[in-house]
Write a protein that binds this ligand. Sequence first.
Ligand SMILES: *Cc1c(COP(=O)(O)O)cnc(C)c1O
Length: 433
Amino acid sequence: MLKNSDLYQNSLRVIPSGVNSPVRAFGAVGGVPRFIRKGKGSKIWDSEGNCFIDYICSWGPLVLGHANVAIVRAISDAAAEGSTFGAPTERELQMAEKLVRNFKSVEKIRLVSSGTEATMSAVRLSRGYTRRDKIIKFEGCYHGHVDSLLVEAGSGALTFGQPSSAGVTGKATEDTITLAYGNYDDLKSTFKKYGDEIAAVIIEPVAGNMNLVIPEKDYLLLARQLCNQFGSILVFDEVMTGFRVGLQGAQGVFDIEPDLTTLGKVIGGGLPMGAFGGKADIMDQLAPAGPVYQAGTLSGNPVAVAAGLTTLDHLMQVGVFESIVKFTNNLVRGLREAAEDAELEFSAQSLGTMFGFSFSKNSPQNLVESQSADHEKFRQFFHLMLEEGVYLAPSPFEAGFTSAAHNDQDLEKTISSARIAFGKIVEASEVRR
Ligand SMILES: *Cc1c(COP(=O)(O)O)cnc(C)c1O
C-alpha cells in the first residue's frame, strides 16, 4: 500500500503539480493531498485507509453521496448496452425533457461534457445571436477555463480584460468587461457607456467560487432589466447552483428568468456532463440549422445521462432535497455556535445544499471581502478538521457541499470536531501572544 506522500511524489514526476485540476494540490493550505481510494455515502477513504466525512462531494455533483446504489446500477446497466454511439439516443431526449420541464426559462437545451463547454458555448451563442462582441463578467465568478472568461479581477470600476492566465491572448479577453460582484453603480454605468455593444452578462447568480456569496435579489433584477433594455443576453451560470441552491437553481430561488442557463455538476450524477439551454429562438441559432457552431463527440453520453437521470429522479422525490437542506442548516448553525463559544471571529451561511464559512465577522459579499478574511486561521482549521476526519474544501475561496447521505451522526461528529479545532486555534493564538 502506497502512502499519500509516496503517491504524491510519484505523481509529481508525471503529472504537472501532481494533480489534474489545480485546487486538488492543496496550494492554499499546504501539505500533502490525500489520494482517495474509495467513497461510500457521506464518507471517503484515502490510500492509507483514513476515513473522512466528505464536504466536497466532488465539488458539487454527488448530491446523493458516493457510490449510491441506484446510480451505480444505472451506470453499469447503461454501459452494458454500449457506452457511446455518436448518434442520438432516447435517454438524451428524456434528460432534455426533464430539464426543460424543470426550468421555466429553458425551452431548448443541448448536452455537453463539462461546465466549461457549457459556458464557452453560451458565450459564443450570445455573441452569434446578438452579433455583438462584448461580455460582462464579475470578479470572483468562475465559469470554467474558457479563454475569454479567464480575466483578472478588476482594480476599479471599469476594467477591460487582462488575462488571468498565461497563454490567453489579450485579444481573447479584450472584449470581456469585469465588474465587482454586487456593485449596482458599476453595472449601470457600464451599460450606459457600452450597452449597445454588450452581447451578454454572465453571472453566477449565487457565487460558489469565492466562498459562498449570496447577492441581493435586486442586483440580479437590475442585470435582468438592463439586459432587457439593451437587448443583451442574461446568462445564469448555474453549473454549481443548479439542483444545489434549490431544485430550480438560483433562478427558482430568486424567481428571475435568464435568457440562457448553463448547467453541469449535479446533472451528470458524478460523470462528465454539462448543458446549456434557454429561449428557443436563441438556441435555434446553433448548428446545423443556425450559424453558431457547437459540437461534441461524447455530448449526451449515454452512461453519463443515465447517471444524471437517476440522480435527478431520486433528488426530486418528495422530501429528499428538503432533508439535505435541513442537514445543511443544522451544520451551519452548529459551526457558528461552536465558533461563538470559542469566541472566534467566524461567519457561516448556507443556501439549499451549499454552505460557506469564513474567519471574518460577516459572510463575504464579494471577492475583496472574501480575500480579506483570516486565511491563516482557515489553513489551521482545515488541517485540524482533516486530522479529526472531516474533509473540507482545501481553499477559503470554495463553497462546501452536503448530500442526502450525510446523517445526524456525521453532523455531531463534524460539530464536535469543529469545537476541538476552534479550541486549538484559540490556544495557539494565545501561546503566540
Ligand atoms: C465548476 C464550474 C464550472 C466549470 O465546470 P467544469 O465541469 O469544471 O468545466 C463553470 N461554472 C461554474 C459556476 C462552476 O462552478
